[in-house]
Ligand binder design. Structure first.
Ligand code: HPA
Length: 332
C-alpha cells in the first residue's frame, strides 16, 4: 500500500520496527557500524569499487528497503575499507518523485545510522543556476531550500529518531566543508545552496528564476530528506553536488537524464580524488557539542536490546573506538 507524502496515519512505531528489522538483516550479512556512509548519486557509483575487503549487498536483499529503480544507479550497499576508515557506500537511492513515502526515502540511511554510523556524505547530480556553476563543477552544500513540499519528519513522532522540532541552522557540517576544501585537487570547489524540487520533470525556466530569487544556486531532486532526517538524529552530514547541466532556461539545451549521466561520468575522476582524500579526514572530525547523536555500537561488544535504537539526545558520549571518539580500529 502506497501512501501520500503527507500520510500521517502510519505509525512511527511500525517504522521503527522496520528499521530494527533492517538493522538486524544488515548485521546478519556482515554490515556493521562504519566510520562514514557515502550516498552516491546517479553516475557516481564507481567510488565504491575502490574499497578494500568489500562486502557487497544488493539493496533489494534487505526486504525492508524500497526498490531502487532509476537508471544509472547501482542499487548496492558496499562496505569496505579506505585505508583505516570503514566506509558504507549506497550506490543508489530512492526518491520522492518515484512516489515513495518520505520515511521510505530515508529508510536506508536511517538503518545505517541505527547501526551506529555517525557521518554521512550525501552526493547528487544537480543543475547549475549561479553563473559559475557550469557542467563539471563540484559544489559543496552550505544549506538547502526544501521545495519538495514534504519532510521526512512529517507524521507521528518518536524521540529516538530525533526531536519533534529539530533546528536546521547548520545541516551541512562547516568543519567538513573546510576539510573538503583543503582536499580539493584543483582548488576550484564551489559552495552554494541546493534547492530540492519534487521532480521528476525538470523545472520550467520560470521555476528556475523563482529558485534563483529565493537564493538557490543549484537545483536537484534528492538529498534534502536524507539530510534532514540524519541531522535530526544527530548525525554529521556533508553534501556535494556534481553540476551536470545548466538549469532550465539558462542554456540553449533543455536538461536531459542522458546529459546528467554523461556529465557525471566526466566529473567522476575529480570527484573520486576528492572523496579518497577527504573521507578519512571527515570520519575523524570530533564534535563534543552536538545535542543529539546516533547511537554507536562498540566494535565487538555483546548485543543488548537497548542498543537497537538510536542514541537519545541525552546520551552524548561516543563509544570508545568510534570515529568521534577519535579511535582507529584495526581491520577485522
Ligand atoms: N534539475 C533537477 N534535477 C537535476 C538537474 C536539473 O537541472 N540536473 C541534475 N539533476
Amino acid at each position: 500500500m502506497r501512501e501520500s507524502a503527507f500520510g500521517t496515519d502510519r505509525s512511527i512505531q511500525e517504522e521503527i520496527e522496520l528499521l530494527r528489522s533492517a538493522e538486524r538483516g544488515l548485521r546478519n550479512r556482515g554490515i556493521e557500524q562504519a566510520d562514514i556512509a557515502v550516498v552516491l548519486g546517479s553516475g557516481l557509483k564507481d567510488f565504491a569499487a575502490g574499497l578494500e575487503e568489500a562486502i557487497e549487498l544488493p539493496l533489494h536483499s534487505i526486504q525492508e528497503f524500497p526498490k531502487v529503480r532509476v537508471r544509472g544507479q547501482g542499487g548496492m550497499l558496499v562496505q569496505g575499507w579506505l585505508g583505516e576508515t570503514l566506509v558504507h557506500c549506497l550506490t543508489g537511492r530512492v526518491h520522492l518523485y518515484e512516489g515513495y513515502h518520505p520515511w521510505e526515502v530515508v529508510r536506508a540511511v536511517h538503518s545505517l545510522a541505527m547501526l551506529g554510523t555517525p557521518n554521512f556524505f550525501l552526493t547528487n547530480a544537480a543543475g547549475g543556476i549561479r553563473e559559475d556553476l557550469m557542467p563539471g563543477s563540484l559544489m559543496l552544500l552550505t544549506d538547502h531550500l526544501n521545495l519538495a513540499a514534504t519532510n521526512p519528519l512529517v507524521g507521528s513522532h518518536n524521540e529516538s529518531l530525533g526531536p519533534r522540532f529539530p533546528a536546521l541552522n547548520e545541516v551541512y557540517d562547516p568543519r567538513g566543508r573546510k576539510v573538503l576544501r583543503s582536499c580539493d585537487p584543483g582548488h576550484g570547489l564551489r559552495e552554494g545552496v541546493y534547492a530540492q524540487l519534487l521532480g521528476p520533470s525538470y523545472e520550467t525556466p520560470a521555476e528556475i528564476r523563482m529558485v534563483r530569487t529565493l537564493g538557490g544556486d543549484a537545483v536537484g531532486m534528492s538529498t534534502v530528506p536524507e539530510a534532514i532526517a540524519l541531522h535530526a538524529m544527530g548525525c554529521r552530514v556533508f553534501g556535494l553536488s556534481v553540476i551536470t547541466n545548466r538549469a532550465a532556461g539558462l542554456s540553449v539545451e533543455a536538461p536531459s537524464h542522458q546529459e546528467v549521466l554523461d556529465e557525471t561520468i566526466r566529473a567522476a575522476e575529480r570527484f573520486e580524488v576528492l572523496l579518497n582524500r577527504a573521507i578519512p579526514e571527515l570520519a575523524m572530525i570530533r564534535d563534543p557539542v552536538k545535542k543529539t547523536r546516533a547511537k554507536r555500537t562498540k566494535a565487538k561488544g555483546p548485543k543488548k536490546a537497548s542498543r537497537k535504537t538510536p542514541q537519545k539526545a541525552s546520551q552524548k558520549t561516543p563509544p570508545k573506538g568510534s570515529a568521534k571518539d577519535g579511535g582507529k580500529r584495526s581491520k577485522r
